[in-house]
Ligand binder design. Structure first.
Ligand code: ADP
Ligand code: MG
Length: 919
């Protein structure tokens, strides 16, 4: 028996061309995690070991013959690859290779690759074949490989199922017991759907031992009820957790009347979930013991990791490698714990004071302290919790994993997120867009204030701030962003108790004029409507109210109104088709009827059926008291009309997003990608390592390849050439200095417009070259008269990936700041939305006699820019300012364009990639 060979999780000394960005962790369909990474020469022995371990059947399936060993030259061929024409991914679990998927192309057909897969017998049926197939096709697409071919023995049903269920357009052909499978590597709606479903199921499954464990241990359970370990243990026991809770404490045999164990290894039964509350230096050895014990998931409460920097960062990295290689999930470190109020589980695994009431709101928080405060006051806002997770440093389990778990969780109707950062914004965007269609996601993202740190070398750069990116992300994905905790409670209260509003029409019932006026103001200033009620409804109300009452809307029943009037009027308003939401306002006229009136309003609210949204405003709190232990009613109650109006507005906007059709990312068939790429690659070597602005001629080629029209132009180096070029282009022309130092050429006199004739051209040439110390040439360009000017720009955010900006163009864009940002890629609806959300873009529609512009062409240009950015990850910043907009049908022309590019390091930057199935 030879020694066990360890396949490393990370490649320490990667070979040339090793695509590091493709090292990713993933979840198998049984919920265990694995590392998926490109193969490396150091995997030679581990590969041999894996092949030796395969059953006869599995080797036969892979190699079409019984094979015990790979030949040395085969091992070389499989592990020393060029990561382009020949590629292989391996799955690593606990120091072993458990699956390999590879492809290679032949020189005579570089667009078709032959693919083969092998999965260790004990890990078959866990989706590894599928996972590797998706990873390989995604990689192959970046290498220009359009088709995969694979050979399968007729009885290799498992792999056949993998191919057929993948969503790829698989064709198969049989000859003498061998199937030839071929399919295009292109993404389709089916492949995306299959992959998304797969990802969701695997992630949700991996969350189960955290959310619904059968047994738990507290390592660091303390006898002292004042310590965190003591409180956590008491909460678990006091919360009546449905399974056993094992205290682990090396110093004391009993913790709070329960027999304790000196180490987790000594615990007699299985442990699904271990809470770790020991000093940070003991965490690693403790986790090692948990892994040995077979614990399925961890919550690491202990602090002292990446949040303290330095050694803490290293310690956390070590911790993550440990749990990843063991294939288990971990919440934290540096967190407050988690809880699940489902009576079948009843897990109070946090050290705060009290378990909140059960309800339909799931909550995840990146700040433990804030989470305590929020949990403490949810009940007072009629909010109950389904599950709560304090995510801490997000070392393993992230907000994305939780979203995937909550997506189909029947106990959860509203998802609440407090976030300080995003792991992978692209992935968050993809998941949120889908999940927000099923249940509302409410997010408080801290950090509203402008970061301002970005170097401003373009209009776009100076307009972008981190906050703009967050807003764009939430806007595009339907996430309801709130600014304050008060707003968070209010909107969650509304969404978790009432139907989503179907429109903007609001009816108001009150017993006093003042608060109703406040409500109307607050609603109308946000664009909600308080329409005059129909004659029929007014007649119906009139019959039930004294003649002094106002019945047009707001319905002011005056101070004498009692419980009976509230009941009857509210029922009538809730039954009417002409309203989408009804707000009942009560301000006590005397103390006598308060409870009765409030109870009536509540019971009408609870009993109402249909899709109308009901809100109550009790201006003197009845049961909204500070010591309310439980959710008081299923009617959202507010202490002030303005707060009700704002919550309603948030809900209305969410409803509108829901009703809006899903946009599509258009596919252009007139784009010449190869020409653009070739031009860009010729320009890249001339740029600095950290990027630079590319020359105007290359910019010209790239834009035209993407169907973005530019005026005829060329760069010249002498006056004579300038005259000749102007003759070729056709006059009048424009002369612009080409210079690395002139960011805005016209500011320094580097642009002369509308020039005609040899003398003026020579004079303009001299003027523009004298305008800067370092002229590199002069751009001669066709003069494009008239039209509106817009800005289309792009800047790469290190966290969010490419952001696209749109606004009315010219040199004042920063000053006016009337621009819209969106995250790339844009759907057709995003493009519409962008144009509409810029107020001054109204001018393009011919506002007040202005000449109308070609809005369709502007939209088309935005979408082409988005396509370009997706194809060319080297592009990091871009200013098309201005884009001249002709009259409808006349199209647009980009008269000034700057593109900043940076040679890619051969890896896909994280901000541009999003592998479903990856963690
Ligand atoms: P910069 O932005 O560096 O100052 P531009 O190339 O954008 O230089 O030129 C400044 C302004 O001149 C533009 O905003 C536009 O109004 C006008 N302009 C530039 N090129 C043309 C052109 N080819 N046809 C008509 N007007 C132009
Ligand atoms: Mg300009």
């Amino acid at each position: 028996m030879t020694d066990r060979i360890e396949a490393p999780l990370a490649i320490v000394d990667p070979p040339e061309g090793y695509p590091t960005a493709w090292v990713q962790d993933a979840v198998m369909s049984d919920g265990e995690t694995i590392r998926v990474r490109p193969i490396a020469p150091g995997d030679r022995d581990a590969l041999q070991q894996m092949v030796r371990g395969l059953s006869r059947q599995s080797t036969y399936n892979r190699f079409f013959r019984v094979k015990r060993d790979l030949e040395p030259e085969e091992l070389d061929r499989f592990t020393r690859i060029d990561y382009h024409s020949h590629m292989a991914f391996v799955a690593v679990r606990d120091g072993s290779l458990i699956a390999v998927g590879r492809y290679n192309t032949t020189p005579d057909d570089p667009t078709t690759a032959e693919a083969a897969f092998a999965v260790a017998d004990e890990h078959q049926q866990k989706g590894l074949g599928t996972l590797l197939l998706y990873r390989l096709t995604a990689y192959a697409r970046t290498c220009g490989i359009e088709h995969f071919r694979s050979y399968l023995l007729a009885d290799n049903h498992v792999m056949m199922r993998v191919f057929r269920a993948s969503g790829y357009g698989v064709k198969r052909q049989e000859e003498e017991g061998i199937f030839t499978i071929t399919f295009p590597t292109e993404e389709t709606e089916e492949t995306t759907a299959v992959r998304d479903e797969w990802e969701k199921r695997a992630a949700a499954k991996s969350m189960l031992p955290l959310m619904a464990p059968q047994s738990v241990a507290v390592i660091g359970a303390s006898r002292d009820p004042e310590t965190i370990g003591g409180r956590l243990f008491s909460n678990l026991v006091g919360g009546n957790f449905s399974g056993p809770v094992y205290p682990v404490n090396p110093k004391s045999p009993v913790v709070r009347s329960v027999a304790a164990y000196p180490s987790i290894l000594e615990v007699p039964g299985n442990v699904d979930l271990a809470f770790i509350v020991v000093p940070s230096r003991f965490v690693i050895p403790t986790v090692a013991q948990c892994i040995e014990k077979g614990v399925k998931a961890l919550v690491v409460i202990s602090a002292g990791f990446s949040e303290i920097g330095g050694v803490g960062v290293e310690l956390e990295a070590e911790l993550v490698e440990m749990v990843r290689s063991a294939g288990i999930r971990m919440v934290g470190p540096n967190c407050m714990g988690l809880l699940n109020t489902d009576p079948a589980v009843s897990l109070d695994g946090q050290f705060g004071p009290l378990m909140p009431a059960r309800g339909n709101v799931a909550f995840s928080s990146q700040s433990g302290a804030l989470a305590l405060a929020i949990l403490d006051s949810v009940a007072r806002h009629n909010i109950g919790i389904s599950t709560f997770v304090s995510v801490g440093n997000l070392a393993d389990v992230s907000g994305d994993d939780l979203l995937l778990y909550w997506e189909d969780d029947p106990a959860t109707d509203v998802i609440l997120l407090y976030m300080e950062s995003f792991g992978n914004p692209r992935r968050f965007a993809r998941l949120a867009r889908r999940i927000a269609r099923k249940k509302p996601i409410v997010a408080v993202k801290s950090g509203r204030t402008k970061s301002g740190a970005r170097a401003a070398s373009s209009h776009t750069g100076s307009l972008a701030s981190l906050d703009v990116a967050v807003d764009a992300l939430f806007q595009q994905t339907g996430v309801i962003r709130v600014d304050t905790l008060e707003e968070l409670f209010d909107v969650t209260n509304l969404l978790s108790n009432e139907p989503i509003p179907q429109g903007r029409r609001v009816g108001i019932v009150t017993n006093a004029g003042g608060p109703a006026i406040l409500a109307v103001d607050a609603l109308e200033s946000r664009g909600l409507e308080v329409p005059v009620l129909s004659d029929e409804l007014q007649a119906e109300l009139r019959a039930k109210l004294p003649p002094e009452a106002a019945i047009r809307n707001p319905v002011d029943m005056i101070a004498a109104a009692g419980a009976k009037e509230y009941g009857e009027i509210l029922e009538a308003m809730l039954a009417a088709d002409e309203l989408d939401a009804v707000i009942a306002i009560h301000i006590p006229a005397s103390a006598i009827d308060v409870v009765e009136i409030q109870d009536t309003i509540r019971s009408v609210g609870e009993a109402h059926e249909g899709d109308k949204t009901f809100l109550a405003v009790f201006m003197q709190s009845g049961r909204i008291s500070d010591d309310a232990p439980n959710v008081v009613s299923s009617v959202p109650e507010f202490a002030f009309p303005e707060r009700a109006a704002r919550a309603l507005y948030d809900a209305v906007r969410y409803g509108e997003w829901l009703r809006r059709p899903e946009g599509e990312i258009p596919i252009f068939d007139d784009i010449d990608r190869d020409a653009a790429r070739a031009a860009l690659e010729r320009a890249l070597p001339g740029l600095d390592d950290d990027g630079g602005w590319i020359d105007p001629d290359t910019v010209h080629v790239i834009l035209e390849s993407y169907g973005l029209r530019v005026p005829a132009s060329g760069v010249v180096a002498t006056e004579d050439e300038a005259v000749a070029r102007a003759g070729a282009i056709g006059q009048p022309v424009v002369l612009k200095v080409v210079s690395p130092s002139a960011l805005h050429k016209s500011d320094v006199g580097g642009v002369v417009l509308d020039v005609e004739g040899e003398g003026p051209i020579r004079a303009a040439y001299r003027q523009v070259t004298a305008s800067v110390p370092d002229p590199e040439g002069v751009l001669i360009q066709e003069f494009v008269p008239g039209g509106h000017e817009v800005l289309i720009g792009m800047v790469e955010d290190p966290n969010f990936g490419p952001l696209i900006v749109f606004g009315l163009g010219g040199i004042f864009v920063e000053l006016i700041g009337d621009v819209a940002f969106r995250i790339s890629p844009l759907t057709d609806l995003d493009a519409d939305d962008m144009i509409q959300s810029v107020k001054s873009a109204r001018l393009l529609e011919g506002y007040r006699g202005a000449e109308p512009g070609d809005v369709d062409a502007v939209k088309d240009a935005l979408l082409r820019v988005s396509a370009m950015i997706e194809d060319l990850p080297e592009v990091v910043e871009m200013d098309l300012n201005p884009v001249k907009v002709g009259t409808p049908g006349a199209g647009v022309r980009v008269v000034d364009a700057r593109i900043k590019a940076k040679a890619s390091t051969g890896v896909v930057s994280l901000s541009r990639s999003d592998f479903p199935t990856a963690l």
